[in-house]
Design a protein around this ligand. Sequence first.
Ligand SMILES: Nc1ncnc2c1ncn2[C@@H]1O[C@H](COP(=O)(O)OP(=O)(O)O)[C@@H](O)[C@H]1O
Ligand SMILES: O=P(O)(O)O[C@H]1O[C@H](CO)[C@@H](O[C@H]2O[C@H](CO)[C@@H](O)[C@H](O)[C@H]2O)[C@H](O)[C@H]1O
Length: 485
Amino acid sequence: MSDTASTRATRHTPDRSPVTAPDLLSSLVPLLAEWVPRQRWFAGKGRLLTGFTLVAATELLPCAGEGNAPGLLQLLVRAQQSAPPSRTPAGGDCYQLLLGTHPAPPPHLAPAVLGRPAGGPLRGRTVYDALLDNRLCGLLLERLRVPGRIGALRFCREPDVDIPSGLTARPIAVEQSNSSIVYGDTFILKVFRRIEPGVNPDLELPRALAGARCARVPAPAAWFESAHPEPDGEATTLGVLQPFLAGSTDGWQLALNALAVRADFTRSARALGHATAEVHTALAQALPTTELRRPQLDAIAAQMNERLEATARAVPVLQPYRVRLRTAFDALVAMGHDGRSWAAQRIHGDLHLGQTLRSVEGGRWALIDFEGEPARPLAERRRPQPAVRDVAAMLRSFDYAACSGPAGGDPWALDWARRTRAAYCLGYAEAGGPDPRSAPELMRAYETDKAVYEVLYEARHRPDWLSVPMAAIRRLAACGAPGAG
Ligand SMILES: Nc1ncnc2c1ncn2[C@@H]1O[C@H](COP(=O)(O)OP(=O)(O)O)[C@@H](O)[C@H]1O
Ligand SMILES: O=P(O)(O)O[C@H]1O[C@H](CO)[C@@H](O[C@H]2O[C@H](CO)[C@@H](O)[C@H](O)[C@H]2O)[C@H](O)[C@H]1O
């Protein structure tokens, strides 16, 4: 990341000496081993957790000692696991933890408690999830209000943004890939959980869009990061604060509401298509683009095949469909061999209805959460890709709503999905995006790849939902059956 005006204008806070690292980790390991695997954001579900290594520790408030004040500790730890998949960084995935410490936390924090270390520097204190403690969340906001450094952490703010003090903090109820805190219905802070070195696209893309004056995405107001050890190295994003769009409802809820009363959703879907195309156009203007030709299309197809094979090994119900699903990826290879090419640009990367918000007043759509698919390596998520990948992902989401929602995949719901998907593509093309229907091979390949991703995601996180992507797998495999048009 460049040394922007916002990061230069820092108030330097003296480094605090963290509680000594080796003692700290060994005393926390039994607590973490029990707590970390239960968290929704833990990406290593289904594999044995064998230990942790400490990457960094920063005391944001003194954590040890006799006092009766809460401590706040920011940790980066690597989770060592058996049989890591090939994408796992050497030494295991790295997670960010924000832990509170207190000799006797108040009873309302009981659900947040990890336990009491038997020894080490935190002995005599209870350790708990700081992001469930409004007071400690308030402290994080204070740090973001006044940019500066604490140890290896750097707190940054856009210079023209006013962040009031004293906003009441509340964690958002839904546990997702990361942890988010809302401040007084004005801002929302997302604390990233699985950390990879470098700028997170959920900061990079919304900042670029704000620079391009695209109002479809809330513009980051502040963020915190860990500085790279080299002066010119890219910092690692750890959390982003952005305006909270109060009075808006997410697209997933709106789609379920429509399905519950058997209402049409095509007008909303068409408007969402417009919003998506506007964001894509702005991203293509603000950030580098490229053209994908034969070698790149071959590589994409190979990667999709790899994901299919790996998922079929992990989730055996996918096995019988492998050969027919593969034909969707072979079509990409054939495109390249025929001398065809396709434009690529930065995209959302994990677009679904839950990543869209519609304002109650005015019915205007916004897109959020530009992190990309959490399971993919950061470098891959930051690569330019065909914009139709986002479109295909959103089509999957309409399908999900129809299959899992109140109508439960009955014939009317399936027709609802078909009409809604068509309206979204129409809206997208009307607002200047390349007409998704002009790229059937790409759309089928990306829709298939997404459904495969979802099979693994559901098998790991929500086994009861596995039937939803499996219904799509059967439909997509039928397109690859001998004789299918
Ligand atoms: N700017 C915002 N305004 C209002 N609600 C938001 C905003 N950003 C996120 N949310 C809410 O927080 C939830 C989690 O945010 P998201 O970015 O999807 O996190 P995660 O990466 O953990 O999935 C969203 O589903 C949405 O309900
Ligand atoms: O946590 P994220 O929002 O970044 O995304 C992950 O979780 C999503 C589920 O919450 C998952 O989306 C899948 O389920 C949705 C319905 O709950 C559906 O609308 C999406 O189309 C479907 O992919 C997403 O894939 C995953 O990355």
